[in-house]
Design a protein around this ligand. Structure first.
Ligand SMILES: Cc1ncc(COP(=O)(O)O)c(C=O)c1O
Length: 400
């Protein structure tokens, strides 16, 4: 028998992944992925950048680079992040292979088998899988409409026999819950965690994709507040604002954590793709990034508002949801007794897929929600596909 390590022996293909593999017909409408719209990529600009590279730049693009990132990208990205209010000068930046790698490296830096980690429920599945791969014990803190339940956060910390190694959270346009943390909740988190030796991993990949200018002040990051007595490890990404195929993200962390993370990254992939770093650097330096983000922000807003409108028109009254104000996702609370997997099966029969709630439950049990993405489908497709989900819920619940 093949003797796998204890950290992977328990990994199994989920029932949902198996169901999804059925959903491959070309005319299937997918609200499942958390990926940008294919037709929104800035193809002409990327073409121009690639065609304008001089010989030296092409050589850099095909060569290994420094583990922490190409100096030119570190410089342009630092400037861009600084303009957003992040404390770049008092921290260290590492370019990573997607922000998921940043989360994974931080998990490796902090976790021994059996350690506890504080996570939101629901939570981003990629991070949960990374923590599980280090055999962490996931301690859940439920989310409300304005962030994590602070009373329960305190309870979890006080009732743990061993102190959790870190807290992982996602402040803006949460995946899957769609919510934005209020300033008050973030301040309370700081009060609870100050001087506790529990670092925060703050995962922020959607904050540029707000629909409403007026929401920006409350989206201030804990990293930007630069609280004393807490190590804040900030992670971000080019995936949702340029292209996930680049596989480029970053972490901004205190110096002592940076040193360990650099060593860890060295042993994983030595460096992130140089060719992607050259492209991303030019995209910033040539002044395209902010204009491009404004453009896609408008399109995602149209899709998000069409999603809200269609859901309001066709969902049974017993389904509720928080209206998204940015990002990629709507998170629907199903009526009592309605199981998300049953709705998914019915919906796939009629040509529409989405992701079930238990995928995002750290305990893998609670299945009373569904995540419906609006990022990778145009308005017409949203109007066509959402009623199919509504109908599937009606059929499962025997509603007229
Ligand atoms: C909340 C969140 N964090 C991190 C990531 C990882 O993104 P990437 O590794 O492509 O940068 C995702 C991707 O869906 C996400 O939703």
């Amino acid at each position: 028998m093949t003797r796998f390590s204890s950290s992977v022996a328990e990994l199994r293909s989920s029932e949902i992944r198996d169901l999804m593999s059925l959903a491959t017909s070309p005319d299937m409408i997918s609200f499942a992925g958390g990926m940008p719209g294919n037709e929104l990529f800035p193809l002409n600009k990327i073409d121009k950048i690639l065609n304008s590279l001089c010989e030296k730049e092409k050589q850099v693009a095909l060569q290994y680079g420094p583990t922490t990132g190409l100096p030119t990208l570190l410089e342009s990205l630092s400037e861009w992040l600084e303009k957003k209010g992040l404390p770049v000068k008092s921290n260290k930046l590492i370019i990573t292979t997607g922000s998921l790698q940043a989360i994974n490296i931080l998990a490796k830096a902090f976790l021994d088998p059996g350690d506890s980690v504080l996570v939101e429920t629901p939570s981003f599945i990629g991070a949960l899988s990374a923590f599980r791969s280090y055999q962490a014990n996931l301690v859940t803190v439920p989310l409300n409409g304005d962030g994590m339940d602070i009373k329960l956060l305190k309870d979890r910390i006080n009732s743990s026999s061993v102190k959790p190694k870190f807290l992982y959270y996602s402040p803006n346009f949460h995946n899957p819950a769609g919510i934005v943390y209020s300033e008050e909740v973030k301040k309370e988190m700081i009060d609870v965690l100050r001087n506790q030796e529990i670092p925060i991993i703050e995962d922020d990949v959607y904050s540029d994709l707000y629909f409403f200018e007026e929401d920006r002040p409350k989206m201030k990051l804990i990293k930007s507040m630069d609280p004393e007595g807490i190590d804040v490890c900030f992670t971000g990404s080019f995936s949702k604002i340029l292209g996930p195929g680049l596989r480029l993200g970053w972490m901004l962390v205190p110096d002592n954590i940076y040193q360990k993370c650099e060593l860890i990254k060295q042993s994983i992939d030595a460096c992130s793709p140089s060719i992607s770093q050259v492209v991303a650097d030019k995209f910033i330096r040539e002044g395209h990034i902010d204009a491009y983000i404004s453009e896609v922000r408008e399109e995602y807003k149209k899709r998000g508002l069409a999603m809200i409108d269609t859901l309001e028109k066709c969902l049974p009254e017993s389904v509720s949801f928080e209206k998204p104000r940015g990002g990629f996702y709507t998170w629907l609370q199903l009526p009592e007794g309605c199981d998300a997997t049953d709705v998914l099966k019915k919906s796939i029969e009629k040509g529409v897929v989405f992701v079930t709630g238990k995928t995002f439950d750290p305990d893998g049990i609670k299945n009373d929600h569904i995540r419906v993405s609006f990022c990778n489908t145009d308005v017409e497709t949203i109007k066509k596909g959402v009623p199919v989900i509504a109908e599937a819920i009606r059929v499962i619940m025997n509603l007229a």
